[in-house]
Design a binder for this molecule. Structure first.
Ligand code: GUN
Length: 311
């Protein structure tokens, strides 16, 4: 079997095109939606993600406001930069790029982003709404995955979904979103015994671990749908060869650039065993950005309409 590619770029374009008339309507009624992006320090991966997010805003006509505090900022200082944004009537969404440097209390910072501007859905209020399945902004990566499963008409109700990873950003919200669509959900993590055995039960397997080669052929039930959330940049030629040696185009790109982006799932196993899978790159990544744009538009609409629903 060769799995169908779940094309995140295509779905991301569709979602963003559907936002255009809503953005136009907001512009006509008041002003363009506006997103504040806070990037602390110089984390190279975060810099790339934030650049993509700001470009997406620009392409859609969403105003972006960038704050780039230094990497050695304290929790209190960072909060003092965020608080004015939470009072600014010209700001619809606030995104604090994760991960934050070690000295910062990320949960405390997140708690200062008001629910009406919590575009990532990371705060206590919006996480509560997720648990209750009330309308509110949802964490962008799992929300994008749900949107993709829906658009590819992948059945969820009654199926066994296994989520590997229990982060607040992906694993936990993902599990709840699958549960709300009536999947039977298992969450696996670093202390799970017999991970491969648990994963092999999955009709839908979501890997959100953050480690290349964490999921291999022995973890995948033939015919499963595999969603690979991992984004791991590899530079070790032996490892790259092991994972991408079957793909001449990717090996040529690696020879040129010296690095390769892979997910958490061994690419060949995923292609050969799954019925459908998200490639890395081009799978989950673009969906996160599309949902960020969608959440920004949603918050701007709620602001305009006196935010009657959700938050
Ligand atoms: N870091 C990785 N993914 C995300 C995300 O969706 N939002 C934020 N704020 N940070 C992230």
């Amino acid at each position: 079997m060769t799995g169908v590619v779940l094309d995140g770029k295509k779905i991301s374009r569709e979602i963003q095109e559907e936002l255009r008339p809503r953005i136009e309507a907001l512009r006509a009624a008041k002003r363009a939606p506006a997103l504040a992006v806070v990037l602390v320090g110089e984390n190279p991966a975060s810099q790339i993600y934030v650049r993509s997010k700001i470009k997406a805003c620009h392409d859609l006509g969403i105003r972006s406001i960038e704050l780039r505090p230094p990497g050695d900022i304290s929790t209190e200082e960072l909060i003092s930069q965020i608080v004015p944004l939470t009072k600014d009537p010209e700001v619809d969404g606030i995104l604090v790029q994760m991960p934050l440097p070690k000295q910062i209390d990320a949960d405390k910072v997140t708690s200062y982003v008001d629910p009406m501007r919590d575009v990532d859905g990371f705060g206590t209020h919006n996480l509560g709404s997720l648990v209750l399945n009330d309308p509110a902004p949802r964490a962008c990566t799992p929300a994008g995955i749900m949107e993709m499963l829906k658009r590819y008409r992948i059945p969820i109700a009654g199926r066994h979904a296994v989520v590997v990873g229990r982060s607040n950003i992906v694993g936990k919200p993902m599990a709840l979103m699958l549960l709300h669509e009536n999947a039977t959900v298992t969450i696996c993590h670093s202390r799970t015994k017999n991970l491969a055995e648990e994963c092999r039960r999955a009709d839908i397997l979501v890997a959100a671990i953050g480690k290349a080669e964490a999921i291999t052929a022995e973890h995948i039930k033939p015919g499963a749908v595999v969603v690979d959330v991992g984004m791991n940049r590899l530079t070790d030629p032996a490892q790259v060869h092991r994972l991408l040696g079957h793909d001449p185009a990717r090996m040529a790109a690696f020879a040129k650039s010296g690095s390769a982006l892979v997910g958490d799932v061994e690419p060949r196993a995923m292609q050969e065993l799954s019925s459908a899978y998200t490639p890395v790159p081009g799978g989950v990544g673009p969906l996160t950005i599309a949902m960020l744009m969608a959440n920004t538009v949603l918050l701007a609409e709620m602001r305009l309409n006196g935010r009657s629903s959700g938050c």
